[in-house]
Ligand binder design. Structure first.
Ligand code: HSE
Length: 298
């Protein structure tokens, strides 16, 4: 049997649209074994609708690898146990894709390198910024170049907490991407290049006071914020309570604040603030996962 643990991820991180991402210590776990025939999918602890037929994302990711390497399994039993909320911008799809691909690669004789799995995963998802930290862990910069993905993953120090604020509604990535313009101005492009560069430098060097300037964005957040009631007020409150940087996680609707210290006072403050919001929000304090996906064979 193959066991895979894949971390939750948060993409974009402000200005790094389709480029920056980070892994968190919140996990999806898969147990997969080859059987004589048929497909059995068992889901435990899921927070949404998980398909139990061949449209299941873990299965589709496995099938993609099997086709790539020319392997035909007899049958498959897939057990999914995920603590990652679905369709909230925390990489639940990437966790399924990376987990399924790693397991399929292990079952079929480990013919693919991690970099090839990364290329396949980003191709399946359409962008690399969740899949990269899901696979490698840490804070990742990813670049797509003609179907190949180049990733630089950096392990972060353990002096940061990430307040992950998750509302009770979801926004599908496809819909949220549909809200974005085809073209942006040179001024906005330059604005984001400078911010994303500053953000990455500040994060890896530990110069956290600069993070909030690096997290400012003009490429996606302004177009997506209308999906979230009270978006600007939430951001203002996070900064009032000491956030070093606040951003929309992936395509949303989860909002992440980067914190130093324990984060407990911040969490209490935001919970009190959210009690006035028209939606229910929960706030989790997470840390960066510097390990990435872990696979074991038993
Ligand atoms: N970069 C992607 C987007 C992340 O913003 O659409 C989706 O989670």
């Amino acid at each position: 049997m193959i066991r895979v643990r894949v971390p939750a991820t948060s993409a974009n991180m402000g200005a790094g649209f389709d480029t920056l991402g980070i892994a968190f210590n919140l996990y999806s776990r898969l147990e997969i074994e080859e059987t004589d025939r048929g497909l059995e999918i068992i889901t435990v602890n899921n927070s949404g609708n998980v398909q139990s037929d061949k449209t299941n994302l873990v299965y589709r990711a496995m099938d993609c690898v099997f086709r790539q390497v020319g392997y035909k399994p007899g049958g498959l039993r897939i057990r999914q146990d995920s603590a990652i909320p679905m369709t909230r911008g925390l990489g639940s799809s990437s966790a399924c894709i990376i987990g399924g691909m790693l397991a399929a690669n292990a079952l079929s004789g480990r013919m693919l390198a991690y970099s090839e799995i990364m290329d396949l995963a980003a191709g399946m998802e359409g962008h690399p910024d969740n899949a990269a930290p899901a696979l490698y862990g840490g804070f990742c910069v990813s670049v797509s170049e003609n179907g190949r993905i180049f990733v630089k993953s950096t392990k972060l120090r353990n002096d940061l907490k990430f307040a992950v604020m998750i509302p009770d509604f979801f926004v599908a990535t496809r819909k949220s991407r549909g809200a974005l313009p085809e073209l942006v101005s040179l001024r906005d492009a330059a604005f984001n290049i400078s911010r994303a560069s500053l953000f990455q430098a500040a994060l890896v060097t530990g110069d956290y006071e600069l993070l909030r300037y690096g997290a400012e964005d003009r490429l996606h957040q302004p177009y997506r914020k209308s999906y979230i009631d009270g978006f600007d007020g939430i951001f203002e409150e996070t900064y009032r309570l000491g956030s070093k940087a606040t951003y929309l996680s992936g395509s949303g609707p989860t909002i992440v604040s980067i914190l130093t210290g324990s984060g407990e006072r911040f969490k209490r403050g935001m919970e009190s603030f959210f009690s006035e919001n028209s939606h229910q929000w929960r706030c989790m304090l997470l840390e960066c996962d510097n390990v990435g996906s872990v696979l074991s064979e038993i």
